[in-house]
Design a binder for this molecule. Sequence first.
Ligand SMILES: Cc1ncc(COP(=O)(O)O)c(C=O)c1O
Length: 509
Amino acid sequence: MSKGTGASARTTSGHQGLMLEERLLFEEDTPGLCGVDLEEPRGLPDRLGGLLREGAIGLPSLSEPQVVRHFTRLSQKNYAIDSGLYPLGSCTMKHNPRQGERLARLPGFAEIHPWQPLSTVAGALELMGALAHALKVLTGMPAIALSPGAGAHGEICGMMTIRAALEAKGERRRRVLVAESAHGTNPASAAACGYAVEAVPSTRRGRLDRAELEKRLDGDVAALMLTNPNTCGLFEDEILEIAAALHDKGAFFYCDGANFNAILGRVRPIDCGIDCMHLNLHKTFSTPHGGGGPGSGPVALAASLAPYAPLPWLVHGENGFALVEHRTGPAERAIGRIKGFHGQFGTFVRALAYMMSLGADGLRQAAEDAVLNANYLKARLEGSLSPAFPGIAMHEVLFDDRFLEESGVTTLDFAKALIDEGFHPMTIYFPLVVEGAMLVEPTETESRASLDEFIAAVKALAEKARAGEAEFFHAAPRFAPRRRLDEVRAARHPVLRWRPPAGTEPAGS
Ligand SMILES: Cc1ncc(COP(=O)(O)O)c(C=O)c1O
């Protein structure tokens, strides 16, 4: 616990104020107060057959303003993309246009129920059809499975189609290769589908090592999972050779499309030889996704995998769009359902609104601006931080901790200090291929002015670290609603090598 919490975190007169510690509503209980003053219902028939509550259930007594203020104060303790720059690499925390929010709340979209007769939701089906069409155009893939509820769910769905396609050929391959720089969900998804996972190392250029890949490739490999642009913020420039090597051995090419926002409208995955790729609608095409949702991870499938796409299938016939809900007709080989109902509909609305408001040229421009912003940061920070790889970055830029050498400051400390500067920290200690990684993704929605503010803060902190002010970093954050919890600052590489040194107090306790 931090020093600023507990009973002392009240105003001098003892009222709640805007202190660090927010009391529970149960602790705010004020007998006699009532939020909504409804008359006791009288003379109603007992339809619960003796199950009526007889005594109070112990809810606190509170006025409506008390409750509203409690939740508003809680919401203000969170950093959000609506509060400031959120350069969390790999997460694409871009601004969510309010237009998308407004459209997702239209009653015709927000209030429909998935059990409504299809004849009453023709507009919703048409929206899904339009979204799938746009994703087909952008990826070049002939089929889109809309239902996966997040990127990781899309990975499992894609790997299930690969397994089904191999089984249909009578092949029981046992291994899946995963790039060493991959997001942790990649090996988890392959393992969840019953495959043994084998890592393929990266080269010193931060790309997949093709020679190492080819050493591991044989008739037992079902697929390679590779992210492009990869998690080092670099384009896999041997992607065509990689695809050819996989196909030569009868293996599939799974691409983690979480970073599609860097190449939108510039590169079509189908032209790279990719067989299957999930798209994080909630990153590439906006949608608020901090705090775990709502996400949406549609999967784009090449012709060889399309017959195995999960149910339901959205088909267009003489009478407009319809859903195929069972393994019949063309959907005979579908892997079945992977999610209740039809997917994350509100996110579909936001994603399509984003695409339609930008248009084809605007989407390409968004990708170009995302890359430009990352390279602007890289160029301006190069002298202060240590870029992990030379040359042009894509939509995010990776630094390592060499610039902190001998300073007594770790990547974690540096990130904590950024919180006091008013910024959400960058992603740290990911990807694992770089020691003390700091992955910065500014996104295209940040202005040059806000990038400059961030650059100034990072440069000032780097100077402080070099000047030997390690204690300043170890005490950070000082001004956040919570200080450090259980992190131990001495660890040089907490994710890989972290062990609590015996007898050490957690920092900030
Ligand atoms: C590269 C990469 N792959 C996969 C995922 C998983 O996506 P989701 O969080 O939507 O499940 C992420 C999420 O951060 C990611 O950055």
